[in-house]
Design a binder for this molecule. Structure first.
Ligand code: FES
Length: 108
């Protein structure tokens, strides 16, 4: 089972999830990573779930069109929309203190 590590606001949280889990869906049903993952719409629109992937990015699929639209150049900095990912391997990520603004809203 994949092990997920989340860094947020100076704290580190670690847990196992079932193979092929969506972390926003899991948090939504109050399982790990609840309550440590910040998220919102679950549909790739709000950017509240955006996280910088520290380890395991090589196992993730290519960003989909929603991630490209919302994250723009921040994809190159390692950011992904966690609600758009199904986790099959260990993953370590960090959420900024302040949620990202969607690139579309920022005019990028
Ligand atoms: S939860 Fe809104 S973009 Fe991921």
């Amino acid at each position: 089972m994949p092990v997920v590590v989340i860094h947020r606001e100076g704290q580190t949280h670690q847990g196992e999830v079932k193979d092929n889990s969506n972390l926003v869906v899991m948090a939504g049903i109050r399982q790990f990573p609840h309550p440590h993952l910040r998220y919102g719409c679950g549909m790739g629109k709000c950017c509240r779930c955006a996280s910088r992937v520290l380890k395991g990015a090589e196992h993730l699929p290519e960003p989909n069109w929603k991630e490209k639209k919302q994250l723009g150049p921040r994809l190159d900095e390692g950011y992904r929309l966690i609600c758009q990912l199904w986790i099959t391997h260990d993953l370590e990520l960090e959420q900024d203190k302040t949620p990202l603004t969607p690139a579309a809203a920022a005019g990028a």
